[in-house]
Design a protein around this ligand. Sequence first.
Ligand SMILES: [Zn+2]
Length: 70
Amino acid sequence: MTVLHVPDGSDFSLVCDGCGMTVHHLGASLHNWDLVWSLFRRHGWIGVRSSCGPHGCPRCTLRAGLVADQ
Ligand SMILES: [Zn+2]
């Protein structure tokens, strides 16, 4: 599970599958997943394009020795 939706669908949060770090209120500020993910990829998050995940935060990326495909 990577993206948590609120029941009314107006907001969602991104959850790191490695450490559980959660970034809240993305839907409220950025409105759609594609925009959120393109932004987070640029900030070091890795994972698949699908909101179903898995996704990893920059901290977990470093710990796992993985590199983002840029
Ligand atoms: Zn993490």
